[in-house]
Design a protein around this ligand. Structure first.
Ligand code: PAF
Length: 289
């Protein structure tokens, strides 16, 4: 596995793979890898060769007072995991390589970026889109892999790729959960033991909503009541938002129709966690957690 630090060398390596007609798969990450990331890498390995993974804690997507400084970093361990999965290239640039002095450009997907996570974290998706566009332009992969845990991010990146006619297909992979249901996230590392136990309330509240849907509930109010009351039952948790939205437009819906997402964000102690569930109301109201 080769570790690449410079944009120029990453570009040359990726262009050589492209000229040799290799099918390049790309997994962008901020490191501190867990099974969620590894599931993306495995999906890429099944479809592509070579697989390139970026490890870059992107300062542009952190707001003032957010956790940029304390974001978990585990480069040696990450590389060992990626090597064990047969990843061919890791792109791990310094921030000054991605944002050299004088850098002025940013990318914003209007409409989708200002709501939910974007409302709570102004500028976050602009930072995500800017770095993802740069990475996609450097690597020019055939496929790039994102997790559905960050459903709004995946939707926004897909929109950007379509709007800018990029030659990359965005593949969105299922959420990977701990055995007690907590969605895997690098930020779970911030939870102390009591908070870690309490954090399962996100999954439990989505599961309560699933049970409501399975028993015939179709109105957003009734489904969200199940979420709100479950979160309220956990002292260490504070709901940020729970919303039922159209999976494409991210507009709120009053009744289940088409494909929907139940989006959930809550604080457990001082850690902000997000989760979601996908509902296929167009077919059989089946739910993916
Ligand atoms: O999902 C993440 O880890 C980041 O937002 C991403 C896509 C790697 C961009 O920095």
């Amino acid at each position: 596995m080769e570790i690449i630090r410079s944009v120029e060398w990453m570009k040359q390596t990726a262009r050589a793979a492209e000229s040799a007609k290799h099918l390049v798969g790309f997994v962008p990450t901020m490191g501190a890898l867990h099974e969620g990331h590894l599931s993306l890498v495995r999906a890429a390995k099944r479809q592509c060769s070579p697989v390139m993974v970026s490890i870059f804690v992107n300062p542009a997507q952190f707001g003032p007072g957010e956790d940029l400084e304390k974001y978990p970093r585990n480069f040696e361990k990450d590389c060992a995991l990626l090597e064990s999965l047969g990843v061919e290239y890791v792109f791990a640039p310094e921030a000054s390589e991605i944002y050299p002095a004088g850098f002025r450009t940013s990318v914003r997907v209007e409409g989708l970026s200002e709501k939910f996570e974007g409302r709570v974290r102004p500028g976050h998706f602009q930072g995500v889109c800017t770095v993802v566009l740069k990475l996609l332009e450097i690597v020019r992969p055939r496929f790039a892999y994102f997790g559905r845990k960050d459903a709004q991010q995946a939707r926004i990146v897909r929109q950007m790729v379509s709007d800018l006619n990029l030659d990359t297909e965005i593949v969105v992979c299922p959420i990977v959960r701990e055995s007690d249901g907590l969605a895997m996230s690098s930020r779970n590392a911030y939870l102390d033991p009591a908070e870690r136990r309490a954090a399962t309330v996100l999954y439990r509240s989505l599961d309560a909503a699933r049970r409501k849907i399975n028993s015939g509930a179709r109105a957003a109010g009734e489904i969200l009541d199940a979420v709100n009351s479950t979160i309220a039952s956990e002292k260490l948790a504070k709901l940020d938002y729970a919303e039922l939205v159209d999976a494409d437009s991210f507009e709120r819906v009053d009744f289940l129709r088409g494909t929907c997402l139940l989006l959930l964000a809550a604080r457990v102690g001082s850690t902000r966690l997000i989760d979601n569930m996908f509902i296929d109301a167009a077919r059989d109201f089946s739910v993916s957690l």
